[in-house]
Design a protein around this ligand. Structure first.
Ligand SMILES: [Zn+2]
Length: 101
C-alpha cells in the first residue's frame, strides 16, 4: 500500500489543529501503545494493549494490568520496586516554603 502520511502518522486526523508539540506527543504515545511488545510471560513479540491499561499476549493469552498507554510507567516501576523490597518509595523533596513576613 502507498504511504498515506509522510511523518504525521496517526495524528494526521487532527489536521492543522492543536499545535505541533501536542500532536507529536500524541503520535509518539500512539505508536507505542499500538505496537506489539515482548510478552513478560512467554517472550513472544505478541504482547499488545487490548483496552485501557489491559495488556494481553496473543500467543499465550497472559493478561496484565499496566499503564493506560504504556505497559510500564514511571509510577508503576516505583511501586514495583517498593513491593519487591529493594527500595522504599523515595519522597520527592518538597520545595521549601519561603517565610512571609
Ligand atoms: Zn505470551
Amino acid at each position: 500500500m502507498a504511504k498515506r502520511t509522510k511523518k504525521v502518522k496517526s495524528v494526521g486526523r487532527f489536521q492543522a489543529r492543536y499545535g505541533v508539540r501536542a500532536r507529536s506527543r500524541v503520535r509518539n504515545i500512539e505508536i507505542y501503545q499500538r505496537a506489539k511488545h515482548p510478552c513478560p510471560s512467554c517472550g513472544h513479540i505478541k504482547f499488545r494493549r487490548t483496552e485501557t491499561s489491559i495488556w494481553q499476549c496473543q500467543k499465550c493469552g497472559a493478561k496484565f494490568a499496566g499503564g493506560a498507554y504504556a505497559f510500564h510507567t514511571e509510577a508503576g516501576q516505583t511501586v514495583e520496586r517498593a513491593i519487591s523490597g529493594d527500595q522504599t518509595i523515595e519522597e520527592k523533596p518538597q520545595p521549601k516554603e519561603t517565610e512571609a513576613e
